[in-house]
Design a protein around this ligand. Structure first.
Ligand SMILES: C[S@@+](CC[C@H](N)C(=O)[O-])C[C@H]1O[C@@H](n2cnc3c(N)ncnc32)[C@H](O)[C@@H]1O
Length: 546
């Protein structure tokens, strides 16, 4: 007979041997295999599941709030979404990650799935008439024969760095079988929604709180493709004022109706604030899926701007004299030192140690240090006078013999500490920082009001908190400078980049390469006021200055 002590011993041993991820996956796997009827009779299986759940589940190490994506929806929002999806009392409602049950509490004929022990218990007491399965959703979904009239909730937002291992592999394989191919860089919520949708009956509906990343993240595109291929109506409601004030990420709302049909448009509604209502807002624009794919690179954020600005953007983008930044320059990131405190020396320290000048290269450490437009020798002299840690210890990889002063610095306690860091211990020799380039320009990776683009007139290098920009042809320098001084380029950064939270704008190298640099002729004919207003709109949506 399986008893409590036995169950606890199994789980503790697994925890010691394999760590928490292994425990979680082995726990769910064990429960599933043994709970099926391969080794046990049906009644034994039921008893086993009960015992396993009761005694072992509490032993499974619990995830932190962030790891589990546990941020609960305000009850008025939850009630609104449920009111819209449920049409009849007999409709069966699914919340695939029900948390403490605040969605399923609004409809008696509900099923909630929840991985967290305490949350599942709370859900049972909040929604006594609902069935709550304490389970991992993707395992539960692949086992269940239940089909639903509707689904509502707020799926866990677990980024790819944490959404990994067997759970992620199973989720992605399940989605692939359903025709939605996600890369391994996906966050958990998108596969959650695809699998949830697949459990609907024909004609079914869903209404979910979703991260605002649905408006720009590459991994959100397979979800939207799945939705338009499987629902007759799809609506995304962008909400500027935060639904979750304590989170840096914004949340939007997703409504889909008519499972089993398809559509070639997405209704997109931009609201300043969400007022709970029993149905999605009627306002909004109809975005053609074809245009969303081809013109806007499968992003919805550009539809936050007025139609005339989008029209202008399309027009400028297709002019023969327009260039994308990536046509003229290679955009990469700066070096990764492995230990900035050790490799970045103050001039006074370098002099005290006697490190020869040829081993020291002035560097731009971060975007805050970068002046607008030009980084000159005078600025570097100012940094030196202020004794800022701007000298990168740059030791060529091929150098056989190091000067004594350098060897002594490497042998210091700080050097020995740096040597053990991940980057340093995985390169040979550990003290030679790779990929140190002297680019033509620098561009900020993360920016406040706007991205800073500055010419490197001082021969500096930069860390990976900046983009290092090298011209493809030296002759294009004036064309690049001309394009970057246009406010249209700033608007293009907002459209091609993405919000990072906390009001910041982030430009990945692939996004920076897409920035549009208009010609002088196009610039002269531009309605500047319209561009300024569009810039203000996009900044307001990323909460700049809020
Ligand atoms: C964002 S919360 C939402 C809870 C509830 N739907 C709400 O909005 O108030 C996400 C929930 O998903 C649960 N969860 C995370 N990963 C899960 C998984 N793989 N299977 C089932 N539940 C999971 C978390 O424990 C958390 O309670």
């Amino acid at each position: 007979m399986v008893n409590a002590a036995f169950g606890r011993r199994i789980v503790c041993t697994l925890g010691i041997v394999g760590g928490r991820d292994k425990v979680l996956s082995l726990f769910f796997c064990g429960k599933r295999v043994l709970g099926r009827q391969q080794f046990l009779s049906p009644s034994q299986a039921v008893v086993f599941r009960m015992i396993f759940d009761h005694y072992c589940f509490d032993m499974v190490p619990q995830l932190s709030r962030k790891e589990a994506g546990s941020y609960y929806t305000p009850t008025d929002v939850a009630a609104s979404l449920v009111k819209w999806v449920v049409r009849k009392n007999s409709d069966l409602l699914l919340d695939p990650s029900c948390g403490d049950g605040r969605f399923i509490a609004h409809h008696s004929n509900s099923i909630g799935v929840e991985q967290g022990v305490a949350a599942a218990r709370a859900a049972k007491s909040h929604a006594p008439s609902a069935i709550v399965h304490r389970s991992e959703f993707f395992i539960w979904a692949s086992d269940t024969n239940k089909r639903f009239e509707c689904a509502a909730g707020n799926p866990p937002f677990i980024r790819y760095q944490t959404f990994k291992g067997e759970i992620r592999d199973r989720a992605l394989a399940h989605c692939k079988d359903l025709g939605a191919e996600f890369s391994r860089l996906t966050s958990s919520w998108a596969p959650f929604l695809v699998v949830t949708a697949s459990l609907l009956k024909p004609g079914g509906r869903l209404a979910f709180v979703v991260p605002a990343e649905i408006g720009h993240a590459p991994y959100a595109a397979p979800l939207l493709e799945y939705l338009v291929a499987h629902f007759g109506e799809v609506q995304i409601v962008a909400v500027r004022k935060k639904l979750f004030p304590e989170l840096s990420e914004d949340c939007w709302l997703l409504y889909a109706d008519g499972f089993g049909q398809r559509t070639d448009q997405i209704r997109f509604t931009a609201l300043d604030a969400y007022t709970p209502s029993n149905r999605p807002p009627k306002s909004g624009i109809l975005v053609s899926v074809a245009e969303w794919r081809s013109v806007w690179k499968r992003r919805l954020r550009p539809f936050l701007m007025p139609a005339e600005v989008r029209e202008l953007y399309r027009e400028i983008a297709t002019r023969p004299d327009t260039r994308r930044f990536g046509d003229l320059a290679c955009i990469g990131i700066g070096y990764v030192s492995g230990d900035n405190d050790f490799f970045h020396l103050r001039p006074s320290v370098a002099a005290g140690l006697g490190i020869p000048e040829r081993f020291l290269h002035p560097t731009v450490r971060n975007g805050r240090a970068l002046p607008r437009q030009r980084l000159t020798q005078e600025t570097v002299e100012d940094w030196r006078r202020a004794d800022e840690p701007i000298l990168l210890l740059r030791i060529p990889k091929s150098l056989r013999e190091l000067p004594r002063s350098v060897s002594q610095y490497l042998d210091t306690e700080q050097g020995q500490q740096a040597k053990t860091g991940y980057k340093c211990r995985n390169r040979e020799p550990w003290y030679s920082v790779p990929d140190v380039k002297v680019p033509d320009f620098f561009l900020t990776y993360m920016s406040g009001k706007e991205a800073v683009f500055a010419r490197n007139e001082a021969g500096c290098t930069c860390t990976n908190s900046l983009h290092s920009v090298t011209l493809k042809a030296k002759a294009s320098v004036s064309r690049i400078l001309q394009g970057w001084t246009s406010p249209f380029a700033s608007l293009s950064c907002e459209i091609e980049g993405h919000p990072l939270g906390g009001g910041m704008l982030k430009l990945e190298p692939r996004e920076a390469a897409e920035i549009i640099l208009p010609s002088m002729a196009a610039r002269d004919a531009m309605p500047l006021r319209m561009i300024d207003e569009a810039l203000a709109t996009m900044r307001a949506w990323r909460h700049y200055g809020a």
